[in-house]
Design a protein around this ligand. Sequence first.
Ligand code: AMP
Length: 446
Amino acid sequence: MTFHTLGLSLPLLNAIESMGYNEPTPIQAKAIPFIVKGTDVLAIAQTGTGKTAAFALPILEEFLQFPKRVKANAPRALILAPTRELAQQIFEAIEGFAQHTTIKSAVAYGGVSMVTQTKALEAGIDILVATPGRLMDHMRQKTVDLSALECLVLDEADRMLDMGFIKDIRAILRYCPAQKQSVLLSATMSAEIRGLARSMLHSPKVIEIAPNKDVALIEQTIYRVAQSRKRDLLRDLIVDNRWEQTLVFTRMKHAAARLAHHLEKDGFTVASIHGDKTQSARARALADFKAKKVQILVATDVAARGIDIEELPHVVNFELPANAEDYVHRIGRTGRAGQTGTAVSLMSAAEQPQLEAIETLIKKQLNVIEPEGYASEDEEFLIEEKKAAPAKKKPQERKPRREPRGMPFEPKEKSFARRSENRQRVKKSDIGFDYVLPEFDFDRRR
Ligand code: AMP
């Protein structure tokens, strides 16, 4: 199948060609014929599958075929995205696809002045890309009018629900005309997504793109390491393997800021994107990383969701994500468009349940390595003690002498080491631990 056979007009075909797209991705081949006909669509697809073009191209095709403008600030298509970065990225993609047309688009998100956005709206637009909060601000100030809307797209709907946007979405829907086409894209299918789809889609075409398709080319490794030694291991991995562009994920914004600070002290060039940064600082960090001005970008899931970085060879999970699906999103940043990539996760003992959830989701057992020299001081103490102990002594009869104040010992899952033949036990394999200290993030307690 080619873009030509999908029935797209010459200005779009020329733009696609200049952007280097040779053939449609599966989501594009499946969704474009339906969206172009005006059918409602529910697409289960992740970022990296080419989903932006899958909804943007048919909308542009429709507007090329039937140009009209009712009112300056009344868009014909509205695309809602959960984060500013994703909204900006969608807007840029649309500008690229529409480069040989007169179709106008604008983007509206928080953290920057409303004035420029209002001016762009007043100048007359066909397509508006927005985050829900900022769109509501424009609706309140009557700087946008949704009465002429013909098509509504909700991108990364699952993330919008996770981020608590459901009330805003429902409020926005009330201001949209009942007669319109709706497209809902989500990386995952949950009961909540089904509920939202039922309430906003009419006889939708459901398209599902296999969830772990793009992770096949990614070499995934889990390093089992003490929480307190993660920073050292990360530094050594980057230096020893001569990693250049590396994207590091943390769960919390303060952890991202702290890690970026430490990596800078280690001599790396680092940028970070997280919720405590201003929008211009986030945009600058992303631009610097994309332009290879900085070697490492530290990001939280929320800030980095959906962002697309070409030729990104290394992704590091500084902590395993709480939500297994986020693992696929995070590592999907690398290994794009047939390229290979590496995804490394630093896992403390306390994160073992997250690993199991990830392995269940991706239906694959991951290679777990216990690198030499990165156990915590308490673990090292136990290892030394174990080595010194007489061989006959049964491990379960012994109790470790040291115990951190207020911290009970937890039984270690014996099955951990044996879960897979693939598990590479670099250390402790012949020691036969029965107990390890629970992991402790000393930084968090400060
Ligand atoms: P998306 O899932 O929309 O974020 O797209 C992920 C990446 O794939 C972006 O860098 C797109 O430019 C690229 N892309 C989308 N469609 C195609 C295609 N048909 N051929 C090559 N690259 C594509």
